[in-house]
Design a protein around this ligand. Structure first.
Ligand code: TYC
Length: 102
């Protein structure tokens, strides 16, 4: 009697579960009233951008209508949106951010 050394059943590889948590884009929206300097300040202080990148992002929003501020987990994205919207409102500006699943 011989063993069957081609036993495929015993060596079937376990399927690795490499699923990542979903990520969310935080998007800055244009409006007609928020001062450009205020938008730059928000991008610097809430999204960690340097002056050059913040200025370029602000101008992209101004000319194209929206721009990406960053990509985060759901909870962080939600917090960023809330911080931008409440900070803007408290300064009397209509500046708004939104989030969308990647
Ligand atoms: N459009 C605004 C203005 O002309 C400037 C602005 C830029 C507003 C970016 C919002 O997310 C924004 N003063």
């Amino acid at each position: 009697h011989e063993w069957n050394n081609d036993n495929e059943y015993a060596v079937a590889p376990a399927k690795p579960d490499l699923k990542q948590p979903p990520k969310y884009r935080v998007i800055m929206l244009n409006d007609d009233y928020t001062p450009m300097d205020f938008v730059i300040e928000v991008l610097e202080n809430l999204f960690g951008m340097g002056r050059e990148r913040a200025t370029r992002t602000m101008l992209q929003v101004h000319t194209e209508g929206s721009a990406l501020c960053g990509i985060f987990t759901y909870e962080i994205a939600e917090a960023k949106v809330e911080q931008v919207n409440s900070y803007s409102q408290s300064h009397g500006h209509p500046l708004q951010c939104t989030m969308e699943e990647e």
